[in-house]
Write a protein that binds this ligand. Structure first.
Ligand code: HEM
Length: 603
């Protein structure tokens, strides 16, 4: 297999070989055509400078075209964030550094404050537009949905893991996946809580065991196992059983008890680690953008983890296919309780590639998002014990201290829902998302001379007296719900405060109900999260079980590894960056660096 880097170079070879062809061919050609003798040094100089000159020419031409097209539409160009170095490479470096070591939106807040809610980070002369405006996000996700796609650039980077699954497809393929999976999220299916109950009980007893033994627990790790086990059983009827593998001990326990993992846990650990690593590799590609293949010259960095993932998943898919083959037409159409997503998918397709892609896409969607939200809810319980007490009172009033909650119990618990929403407002699982303005240049349908600007679009300015913004076709966009959820002009002066009541008191009317598109933890429009209701049920169920078992939660700051604590310089920052006691980490989704070490008190 050719590595992504080599494939990239081969694809780019026509342009990269241009200087060579020019260097070798210029002298004989000029002699033949015009009898002109070009000295060797001049031919070499022309060859060396040809590519940079061509690049400069293209950039200038593109800028001129954009200005002209914007003027023709009565629009203006999006303000560009100016870097200090050629091609604003310093901005790229800073963004990469901040992604690894900073707080989310470090390096983005300042330009947005200076230039407004939409800016263009023109790194390496390529437009990368960032918006934090609900009006623009509404256009992207809903009212002008057909003009935006995930885009080839994004999909190529994700393909080696997510294939052509629902997350990584556009157009007809995306519709096919969406139609295929939607029935599975019907209300009766997602309110069947048997699976959740078993795994939630395991979480509670593991917490109790560790407390009894006198150790703190990494709640993020523990709850990630809960969401992984629940999702795997729900999706493919086979529990990954990650809750059966041993829990880690805090870094400050000098001699943790020696515990060997049960043999059956080994395969689980390998699968879960491979899954986590594959997601990490994908997020690294996303940060590098178009040039990511150059960092994979010697091989596809997702190939190793994907081998381990396939080793685990392929037999499960094969067995389900075989079961389906043996049962034949008997079961056809009998979708209903007890059927996993995989069983349901087998009603539509028997293509193992599509089946695997879909399962992996759903696991990505279902594990890390709910893991993160539940982790931050518990973190907020440690920070705001009065909120924890109030949710607990609601739990005891609606469900009591022992019975498992039902769908209706959960639906009626308004404060719990407000706590979940407030958590997802401040720390949404998908803080940044990407799209591309669709580009139809190669469609036969559009063969006019100005075809590259078909699908160019405009966005309104916040100030109606200002001209709208012009976006060329093909522009790469990033929208940040993380930043939008913290805007004081949208949420009020207390936007950075954790206050679940804002979803219940007059602030709901004053702020949120004025503009539904300013709160989007699950996205909106045709691509809205398919698992939204499932996620609310799963998270509420787990919190209720925890609050029936435990009366309070506390943070064990000593148990956090030194590199996982917020650095001292954050203390002088504004807002939550100064207050919070964990370090957010950004990959495809958000998490906390090195987990969340807590202690719990039995109820
Ligand atoms: C707190 C929990 C969750 C949050 C915050 C969340 C958030 C999101 C967001 C922001 C998207 C849009 C992604 C994009 O545009 O690329 C999305 C899509 C999706 N989510 Fe969720 N999600 C959660 C849980 C789940 C669960 C538990 C499942 C299923 C088991 C799920 C299934 C999906 C699917 C299938 C999509 C793709 C929709 C499409 O592209 O058409 N999500 N989710």
């Amino acid at each position: 297999m050719v590595s992504p880097g080599v494939a990239f170079l081969v694809r780019s070879s026509p342009i990269l070989s241009f200087p060579l062809v020019l260097g070798v061919g210029l002298r004989p050609l000029s002699t033949r055509l015009g009898g002109l003798e070009i000295p060797t040094w001049a031919a070499v100089l022309v060859a060396i400078t040809s590519l940079p000159l061509y690049a400069v020419f293209r950039v200038l031409l593109q800028n001129w075209r954009n200005r002209r097209a914007a003027a023709a539409l009565g629009a203006r160009l999006i303000p560009v964030v100016k870097g200090q170095s050629i091609g604003s490479v310093d901005i790229l470096k800073e963004l990469r550094f901040n992604r690894e070591h900073g707080y989310p939106a470090d390096g983005l807040n300042e330009p947005v404050q200076a230039l407004g809610p939409v800016v263009n980070f023109r790194v390496l002369w390529m437009d990368t537009i960032l918006t934090t405006s609900p009006e623009h996000i509404k256009l992207i996700l809903s009212s002008d949905f057909n003009n935006y796609v995930k885009g080839e650039r994004f999909k190529t980077g994700m393909r080696s893991v997510l294939g052509i699954g629902v997350f990584n497809s556009d157009g007809e393929m995306w519709k096919f996946h969406r139609q295929m999976t939607r029935p599975f999220f019907a209300r009766d299916r997602i309110s069947d809580f048997d699976i959740l109950e078993r795994h939630a009980d395991a979480v509670v007893s593991l917490l109790r065991q560790r407390m009894k033994a006198g150790y703190s627990v990494d709640f993020q790790d523990l709850i990630g196992r809960f969401t992984m086990d629940s999702a795997s059983e729900f999706l493919f009827n086979t529990c990954v059983n990650s809750l059966k593998a041993n829990l880690p001990y805090p870094h400050n326990v000098a001699f943790p008890p020696a515990e060997a993992n049960a043999p059956e846990a080994q395969a689980t650990i390998k699968f879960v680690d491979a899954f986590t690593l594959a997601m990490l590799r994908l997020s690294e590609r996303e940060v590098l953008g178009r040039i990511w293949p150059l960092f994979e010259m010697f091989g596809d960095k997702t190939a190793g983890p994907m081998r381990d993932i396939s080793e685990y998943l392929d037999p499960i898919i094969d067995a389900a296919m075989e079961k389906k083959r043996l049962s034949g037409s008997q079961e056809k159409g009998e979708s209903g309780e007890g059927m996993s997503l995989l069983d349901e998918l087998l009603e539509t397709t028997s293509d193992p590639k599509i089946l695997k892609d879909e399962i992996l896409n759903m696991l990505l969607a279902g594990r890390d998002t709910t893991m993160h939200t539940l982790t931050i809810v518990i973190y907020f319980f440690t920070m705001y014990p009065e909120v924890c007490t109030r949710v607990r009172e609601e739990v005891l009033a609606h469900v009591g201290s022992s019975r498992a909650p039902t769908y209706d119990d959960i639906k009626n618990m308004k404060y719990l829902r407000a706590v979940l929403n407030e958590t997802m407002r401040l720390y949404p699982s998908v803080p940044f998302n990407v799209r591309q303005v669709i580009f139809h240049a190669f469609s036969d349908e559009y063969s006019s001379t100005s075809r590259e600007n078909i699908n160019a679009t405009v966005w309104p300015s916040a100030d109606p007296n200002e001209k709208p913004f012009y976006l060329p076709a093909g522009s790469k966009l990033s929208y940040s719900v993380f930043m939008m959820h913290r805007r004081k002009d949208l949420w009020g002066p207390d936007a950075e405060e954790f206050s679940p009541d804002r979803f219940l008191d007059e602030r709901l009317q004053t702020y949120l109900l004025k503009n539904n598109f300013q709160f989007l933890p699950f996205n909106a429009g045709p691509r809205i999260c398919l698992g939204q209701q499932f996620a609310y049920n799963e998270m509420s169920f787990m919190i209720i079980r925890l609050l029936q078992a435990f009366s309070s939660f506390s943070l064990d700051e000593e148990a956090f590894a030194p590199g996982a604590r917020p650095p001292p310089e954050w203390a002088t920052a504004e807002g939550r960056k100064a207050i919070d006691k964990f370090r957010p980490k950004l990959h495809l989704t958000m998490s906390t660096k090195d987990g969340l070490w807590i202690k719990v008190k039995d109820a």
